[in-house]
Design a protein around this ligand. Sequence first.
Ligand code: RP5
Length: 173
Amino acid sequence: MTDVLPTSQPATPRVGLIMGSRSDWATMQHAYAVLQEFGIPVEVRVVSAHRTPDLLMEYSATAEERGLEVIIAGAGGAAHLPGMCAAKTTIPVLGVPIESSILRGVDSLLSIVQMPAGVPVGTLAIGKAGAINAALLAVAILARHDPVLRQKWHLYRQRQTQQVLDHPDPRLP
Ligand code: RP5
C-alpha cells in the first residue's frame, strides 16, 4: 500500500476567458477577479482571431466537450474574436469590447454587436464595466443549475443594493 497522499486535482474550468492580445488583460482581469470572487474555475488564454485563427477554431470547436459552459471573449478594434468563437460553438459567448486607443472602443463595440441572426454574441459595455458584467452574466447563467452559486449571486446583489441604501448622501463617506 502506498502512503502517498492523494493530490487535489485542479477543477475543470467552467468558463473560458479569452482575449485577442495580452494587451487586453488590463481590461479582462476585471472579469477574472469577479469569477475568482465567486469561486468559478476559469481558463484564461490569449486567442487571436487574426494572428492565431486555427487556434481559435480549435479552441471554440472543443470548448463544450472540454467542459466549458460559457466563454467570455474580449477584443479590440476589428474585434472578430467573439463572433468567430460563437460561429464554432453552441455554448453562450459573451463579448467584451476593449477600449481601443484611436476610436475609444466604439469600433470594438460595433464589430462585436452586429452579429447576423442565428449566431448570437451577448455584447457587453466597452471596457471595465463590460468585463465585470460579462463575468456576472456568466455567474447568472451558471447559477440557474447551481444552487450554491445562485445563493452567492443573490447575496452579491443584496449587498450591492444595501450599500447604496446605507449611503444615501453623496457628500458623506
Ligand atoms: C485585437 O487587437 C486585440 O483584441 C487588441 O485589443 C487589439 C490590439 O492588439 P495588440 O496590437 O495590442 O496586440 O486583436
